[in-house]
Design a protein around this ligand. Structure first.
Ligand code: GRF
Length: 194
C-alpha cells in the first residue's frame, strides 16, 4: 500500500508510521511526506530516507491555487492512501474529489465531540472527564467523515492542553497504525465510503 502522509507540525504520528513501516512485514510503505510549511516533522522523513515535498500555503494566492499544486505533487507519488496527520489545513475540494475515500485523518478527540483545529483545548474548556482519539475518512467537511476507529482517553485533574495532548497522541498512533494495517489487509474497505 503506497502511502503519502501530509503534516504541518512535529510529525510524531508520522514518526510512528515510519517506524512501523521499518518492519518488512508491514503492508504499507510511506513513499513520500508532504507539508504545507517547513514543518519540523519533515526531519523524520529525512532520517528515514523518505522523499518529502513542501507546498507552502503562504506562497499561493488562494486555497484553490494551493490545492492545485498539492494535487499535482500528490499525483507524482501515486498514493493508494493519503494520511493527514497534523495537517492544519482543510483539504481543497479538488484533492478530496480525487482521492476520497482513500484519505484518512487523525484527530485528537472522540468525534463527533470537539471537531476542528482545537479539539484538545475545547475538551478541556468544556470540563469533559474524558476525550479520545479518532481516525476518520476525510470528506469535504471539517472532521465529520465516517469514523474508522476511535478510543477514549481520560482527562485528569490539572491537565493542561499539552499534558492532555501528550496522553492522546500515543493512542492516536496506535489507532493510526492499526487502521493502516486494516486498510492494507482489506479488513477495512474504504470503497464502501465512496
Ligand atoms: C495530532 O494530535 C493530530 O491528530 C492533530 O495534530 C497533532 C499533530 O501532532 N491534528 P504531530 O504533528 O503528529 O506530532
Amino acid at each position: 500500500l503506497r502511502v503519502v502522509v501530509l503534516i504541518s507540525g512535529g510529525g510524531s504520528n508520522l514518526r510512528a508510521l515510519l517506524e512501523a513501516a521499518q518492519d518488512a512485514e508491514f503492508p504499507a510503505r510511506v513513499v513520500a511526506v508532504g507539508a504545507d510549511r517547513q514543518a519540523d516533522g519533515l526531519a523524520h522523513a529525512e532520517l528515514f530516507g523518505i522523499p518529502s515535498f513542501v507546498v507552502p500555503y503562504s506562497s499561493f494566492a488562494s486555497r484553490e491555487a494551493w490545492g492545485e499544486e498539492l494535487l499535482n505533487r500528490l499525483r507524482e507519488w501515486q498514493p493508494d492512501l493519503v494520511i493527514l496527520s497534523g495537517l492544519m489545513k482543510l483539504l481543497p475540494h479538488q484533492v478530496v474529489a480525487e482521492y476520497s475515500p482513500r484519505i484518512i485523518n487523525t484527530h485528537p478527540a472522540y468525534l463527533p465531540e470537539f471537531p476542528g483545529a482545537h479539539g484538545v483545548r475545547d475538551a478541556l474548556a468544556a470540563g469533559a472527564e474524558q476525550t479520545g482519539a479518532s481516525i476518520i475518512v476525510v470528506d469535504d467537511g471539517v472532521d465529520e467523515g465516517p469514523i474508522l476507529a476511535q478510543r477514549r482517553v481520560p482527562i485528569e485533574p490539572g491537565d493542561t492542553e499539552t499534558s492532555l495532548h501528550e496522553r492522546i497522541k500515543p493512542v492516536e498512533r496506535e489507532l493510526l497504525i492499526q487502521t493502516v494495517l486494516d486498510i492494507a489487509n482489506q479488513t477495512i474497505h474504504l470503497e464502501e465510503y465512496r
